[in-house]
Design a protein around this ligand. Sequence first.
Ligand SMILES: NC(=O)c1ccc[n+]([C@@H]2O[C@H](COP(=O)([O-])OP(=O)(O)OC[C@H]3O[C@@H](n4cnc5c(N)ncnc54)[C@H](O)[C@@H]3O)[C@@H](O)[C@H]2O)c1
Length: 265
Amino acid sequence: MSEARFVGVTGAASGIGRELALQFCAQGLPVVGLDIDQAGLGSLEKECGGRFRGVGCDLADKVALKERLEQLRVERGVPSIWINNAGIAHIKGMTEITEAELEQTMQINFFALVTCVRFWLEHMVPTGSGSIVNIGSIAGHISSPGLSAYVASKFAVTGFTESLQTELDLNKSPVKLLLVSPGFVETKIMRVGEQNGFPKEFLFLATKVGDCARRIIEGIAAGEREIFPTANGKAMMAMQRLSPKLARGFSKLTVGKKVDLGKKT
Ligand SMILES: NC(=O)c1ccc[n+]([C@@H]2O[C@H](COP(=O)([O-])OP(=O)(O)OC[C@H]3O[C@@H](n4cnc5c(N)ncnc54)[C@H](O)[C@@H]3O)[C@@H](O)[C@H]2O)c1
């Protein structure tokens, strides 16, 4: 049955999720990571020794996800911290992106996150404690051309998380719900941006993945409701508050890949 409570991370095989897993393991906590990338999970298991366990799962498959969560609950009990981190981005114009890519983006970035929140909330409440952490994005606060599906999924994460935070407050829930909104971070998702015209002269702005994960872990420990773990993201939020037009101009410069609006895939 349940051993010491563990940390769960979706999308643990690379990027921010991988760093979170490494840093929690280094603190001596047992970590379980869900990811579609079995090879990435395997290499993390080797690196972390017995502290990390990888569970292969395609988050786009709701039935499989629910099965994995229930299996985990039976085998390991309820986590003390669950981090919904997995995410994908397609940088494409609205007539270029396929319907399957649109749906996949919403499924992984939003609906899988909702499935995990609902599942663990139900099981954490009776334990009297626990933190659920949703990784959104600055793209969940500021719009961006060529990223409409991603932005829609991240605005959904922001709205969902903020509403549920208020619901938990109102009902004096013992479970904490945290929203993390990173800006540019040096990971595979950023490389999708680079391949699609993210200007090289702005690359210095991207935060190192280790620093981003460290800031997230500090924020979780402090029980912060909203965490902005990158300096570039904080600057973009300040720009948005000062002038939404200026923020739109900046996102045209950085993510503004020119697309052929007449082209259909
Ligand atoms: N890197 C950035 O600049 C940035 C900025 C803002 C927000 N974010 C968010 O941070 C989170 C982590 O992104 P990252 O930058 O580390 O990206 P990443 O591509 O390095 O990692 C994403 C992980 O999610 C996993 N994943 C993708 N599809 C999956 C599926 N169907 N089932 C299970 N796992 C799947 C991948 O295998 C990968 O391990 C995402 O939610 C992303 O939107 C990243």
